[in-house]
Structure formats: structure tokens, C-alpha cells
Design a protein around this ligand. Structure first.
Ligand SMILES: [Zn+2]
Length: 47
């Protein structure tokens, strides 16, 4: 689990999405939500 980039609290992973890069490529990322301040942030998914 990653720590929140804003308040350093723990985060939970909501799931993975693919973020488009240009027209043909995409990148898998984890969507995390901070348990403290509810910030949503992305993190590169482990391949
Ligand atoms: Zn936070």
C-alpha cells in the first residue's frame, strides 16, 4: 500500500485502470484512495 502524497496517511487500492498515452498506447495504473483525506491518486501498476 502506498502512502498518501498529501497527508502521508495509508491508502487503499480501489482497482486498476488503463490510462491512454497518445492514440495507441496505454498504461496500467492503480487507483488509490487515502483513508485520511480521501484524496484519489494514481500509481504505476507493478508489471
Ligand atoms: Zn491523504
Amino acid at each position: 500500500m502506498s502512502e498518501c502524497p498529501r497527508c502521508r496517511e495509508k491508502s487503499i487500492t480501489l482497482g486498476q485502470v488503463t490510462v491512454p498515452i497518445g492514440k495507441t498506447r496505454g498504461k496500467r495504473v492503480n487507483v488509490n484512495e487515502c483513508v485520511g483525506c480521501k484524496l484519489l491518486f494514481y500509481e504505476a501498476a507493478e508489471e
